[in-house]
Design a protein around this ligand. Structure first.
Ligand code: MN
Length: 250
């Protein structure tokens, strides 16, 4: 099985190396990863400047771009003649639960892969122990399951690991995880003010069946199937009934 590996923590990240080492015995592993941290890069793609791709060692490519850039050049250029069977993104150092998926570069890489027709798997370690061993052990087992049960087109899985070494996984829905909406204003050494956002504690709602509850309450590995369709189907009929003055609803 040919696997394209990427992440958003940068090519030197411990989680990427752990995932690489875990897959190497059973897979042909290609690494195409950002040259620096791109956490919270979301699905950004680089259009306004050229990309530099450096082959650091055989099958290890460093890109001065985003996780999405890495998947794009990996699938459409570097591995064009021999496309990967799946893209694995991670192991991210930190959770990607609930609302996180909309900011995450790790998840966006799997999403880009799904858009290109290659199954994508995002792997994130949500525990505070920074121990990637559980995720590294699970990844090849999950890929074996994927081979036995191919996903339909344009599918991706968002996988999060709790603290410890659980033997259970839960199929979950996206939960609700929010951050303190803080803007910290302070001064640099030259006396100019600057602002820092995205800090503070994250909170989650304990919603049974959600990814947050599986990881933080049940201590299980969470697997959420994600779709690329963001349409809110609940609102379609309501909106069709709207009267917009001067316009007809078709
Ligand atoms: Mn990250």
């Amino acid at each position: 099985m040919r696997i394209l590996l990427t992440n958003d923590d940068g090519i030197g990240a411990e989680g990427l190396q752990a995932l690489h080492d875990a897959l190497l015995p059973t897979c042909e592993v290609w690494v195409v990863a950002p040259d620096r941290e791109q956490s919270a890069a979301s699905h950004a793609i680089t259009l306004a400047r050229p990309l530099r791709i450096k082959e650091r060692r055989p099958r290890w490519f460093e890109v001065d771009g985003t996780p999405t850039d890495c998947v794009y050049v990996g699938v459409n250029h570097l591995l064009k003649a021999q496309p990967p069977d799946a893209v694995c993104s991670g192991i991210n150092d930190g959770p990607n639960l609930g609302n996180d998926v909309l900011y995450s570069g790790t998840v966006a890489a799997a999403m880009e892969s799904a858009m290109l027709g290659v199954p994508g798997i995002a792997l994130s370690h949500a525990g505070k122990d920074r121990d990637f061993a559980t995720a590294a052990r699970f990844a090849p087992a999950l890929l074996a399951a994927l081979v036995a049960n191919p996903l339909p087109g344009h599918a991706l899985l968002n996988v999060n690991f709790p603290t410890g070494a659980p033997k259970r996984f839960a199929i979950t829905t996206l939960g609700n995880r929010t951050y303190a909406a803080e803007v910290v204003q302070t001064q640099d050494p030259r006396g100019r003010s600057f602002h820092w956002i995205g800090g503070g504690d994250a909170h989650y709602e304990d919603i049974p069946g959600s990814d947050c509850s599986a990881v933080f309450v049940d201590g299980a590995i969470s697997i959420t199937p994600l779709s690329l369709d963001l349409t809110d189907h609940r609102l379609l009929d309501t909106l069709r009934g709207w009267k917009v003055p001067g316009y007809a609803s078709k």
